[in-house]
Design a binder for this molecule. Sequence first.
Ligand code: C5P
Length: 400
Amino acid sequence: MLQGKHILLGITGSIAAYKAAMLCRLLRTAGADVKVIMTPTAKAFITPLTMATLSKHPIAVEFYNPENGDWHSHISMGEWADCFIIAPATANTIAKMAHGVADNLLLTTYLSARCTTIVAPAMDCDMFAHVATQENIETLRRRGVIITESPEGELASGLTGKGRMAEPEALVAAIEAAIAQKKKSNTLDGRKIVVTAGATIEAIDPVRFISNHSTGKMGYAIAEALAVRGAEVELVSGRTNLAVPAGVKRTDVLSAEDMYRAAVAAFEEADGAVMCAAVADYTPEEVAEHKIKKSDDDMVIRLRRTKDIAAELGRTKGSRLLVGFALESCNELTNAEDKLRRKNLDFIVLNSLQDSGAGFGVDTNKVTFIDHEGRTELPLMSKREVAERIADRIEQFFDK
Ligand code: C5P
């Protein structure tokens, strides 16, 4: 897949720069042509000689060669590249990228590059967790930059936590996915897809409610992946603090009943729906008009069943696409297969609460796809990658 591809590798001043040498080798072995840009600080961590030898090209660091005035054009490198990967990317470079600072060759190249950019953060866990860094990463992500997972583990500082650079093999996989993805944009042109996401909120009184731990991350990643491929996406969203992905129309709802109405209305005109929301199965029979006063007695709240949105869409779907999710804690496969049939879904994505790294709040997920032909178990991957796999399946459905 990487045969003949032009990969621009940006290296910044992090101890993880030594892994860039291995990344360069892996890319060359896969048949890619690799050019390297380094920030001035990166030279303290790995030498231009090492990278020039491995990449078989001279290394660009400064805007020009002071010896002979030879100009290193950031524009030509950005144009040459099929993919620009910055690995390792320090908190400093990420911050500058997010704010459009252009004080070295790597940054000017980023600002002028038209290809997909991948950023592999590498830093100490506290720097990584800092709200400034997280906001900068989110800004870049919103603008379409692919951010690789920073796994948890031992750091050069001696601390243990999140912030390590992803391993070179994972970075090669991210480059392959980005290049494959580029080919795929517009594959869902003209398709209208409804995605439900997040948790519903069932009011008890004006102050209290019943809800669940869903953050909406999986549903938002799916909405984004579908929109990138050209689909018109309507995201019916329960409570979450996530930003609306670019190109997605969001309808905010609170209760299961609101979500039911919004999803049913949106589905009327749609070609398909992905039901990712964690919808309350029960809601208080009555909502108190005023805040309920506490007394010395215990309290009983009577709950009634909510409507099953997925099942309702399944009843009316005809030949349209319907994808469901199942979060199970026991008898996972049989329960999910039962839901597939009962709700008339085309396929169901099963995530088990028993798998570490899967479930609420985390950025990773481990899922099994189940359709009427069988099961496909996927390894642990980021929710974004899971979203891409789901989008692949949706494409296959429409191609049939
Ligand atoms: O039956 P269960 O809640 O486990 O089914 C999960 C699937 O059904 C998910 O796709 C979820 O979004 C959907 N669902 C729904 N409306 C409900 C309950 C679940 O759309 N009221």
